[in-house]
Design a protein around this ligand. Sequence first.
Ligand code: FAD
Length: 553
Amino acid sequence: MVEHMKWWGWGQEGVSFHHEDKPGLAPFVLERVDLDLHGPGAPVPDFAKFSVPPSQAPGPLREALVAAVGAGHVVDDDLDRVVHAYGKSLRDLVRIRRGDFGRVPDLVVYPGTEQEVEAVLRAALDADAVVIPFGGGSNISGSLEAPRAETRPVLSVDMGRMNALLEVDETSQVARIQAGALGPHLEAQLNGRGWTLGHFPDSFKHSTLGGWIATRSSGMQSDRFGDIADITRAVRVVTPKGVVATRNVPSQSTGPSVREMVLGSEGRLGIITEATVQVHRIAEERVILAYFFPDYGSGLRAMHDIAASDASPSITRVSDANETAFTFATSKKSSGLSAMLSRGVKLYAQKRKGMDLSQMCLSFIGFEGSAAHVKRSRTLVGEIVAKHGGFCVGAGPGKLYDQKKFDTPYIRDFILDRGAIGDVSETSSTWATLETVHDNVVAAANRAFDQIGVKGFIFCHLSHSYHMGACQYFTFAYVASGRRDELEEYDIVKGAIQQAFIDNGATLSHHHAVGREHSRWWEQDVSPAGAAIVRTLLDGVDPGRNLNPGSIT
Ligand code: FAD
């Protein structure tokens, strides 16, 4: 049985966000965006009330698929088809609640082996059908939907049955894992043998290895383990040209990298069936420490110095002042954060460190490895933090952050049910430009809020540090004005933020991929000649545009 998320929202059925145990949140949200959290939320949508376009799969295609994977693994059930129609972007959530299901796949196919994937692709190409590989369905870039006007049969190929850890090469510290493995399942199998992949995106519980590779995902401990692009050393992919199998080697000089072509391919080149990935022994020690900086600029400069130092933390994260305020507002009454504040940290920051509380920024820095490594890195980081006017407040808040990180995504549905839009956009840029990118993106978002006439709120954190720069992750929220279609308004705000990335030399996405959501900025990002090369590759491999057409380009 393959697990899926709620058809209408994020995460597990029956789990949702609550604010009653976070007394600071309702007043905060009311003040910042005029949203009353005590107001009633929309009820869970009733699937029976919606009409789903019927499956249009032709008989011979269906028969060929049944021959390929067995009758029990070719599904035309309405709910299953709708679950596979979209990912979990804000646009997807709004449309699904409206019963606007787009071009729903005609069939969902669940292959169990690479040979079955090959047979499915062959049958699909013979019938000139569209094939959309499906991992966990968690993307927020519009990477899963078929074009609305698509008249050919549409198949969603769900990889959920292919979820096994095939082999661990303990000497080389790599593992072969099937592409449909969800994060927790994959980690449980590795942990059972004393290993970890170290890839923990916020969507970890509901996303798969194949999806991570196809979107160039990044996890919260990327500073230590790398992005999925670094972690993935070899891939097997079923394509219209045959099975691509890249060599299991640490590095190679063999012309343009085929492995790199598969990374971020969003199902446009074929279906990834398995990957060989770097694994690590579970660390002896793991701790996340919290720090405060006088302002975001000093936090950014400290992260830069840490990246340039001999310290090698697993997580570097610093929130701007708005995100810091939001984090305090979401803390539980009994939590480490509020306890920490009541213990006089505010007083210390103000009186002893001369900080302006409205500008103070919270940072989390993670350390992982041998006890000696952790100790040395902590010392080095502590010196850098002090140099930038910051101070450490211990491990309590970090522990809490670590525990609740997978619960936070539920908040988007909660506020949407109350008429408010909440979404994210993320980018990366050089150390030299981070602060300018931040300020200009915030200014662009505020202009967009003014344009649509709403009281909006935007905040940001830096995460994922590299030698030359870092990722900045923006979250924004506002109550839909009701004067325009809510997606039209959303496009104005999201578009302003994305355009500000491009205009300031940053990238359209550090780890959320292109899909349909970001495709209008893609050519500006990769250059017209770069886009032409990618189009030539995609057209050469898939001349009939059968594989996830419209994603990326
Ligand atoms: P899907 O959404 O199912 O598919 C995404 C794309 O990959 C599609 O184009 C699909 O066709 C293709 N694909 C999937 N499987 C295969 C395969 N086997 N072969 C070929 N193509 C395939 N992303 C991050 O990187 N870091 C985060 O911290 C993070 N946090 C998130 C938090 C939330 C609340 C949400 C909603 C999303 C978040 N994401 C994050 C985005 C998302 O989880 C990632 O893009 C993830 O990599 C998608 O994986 P998936 O298995 O769900 O893929």
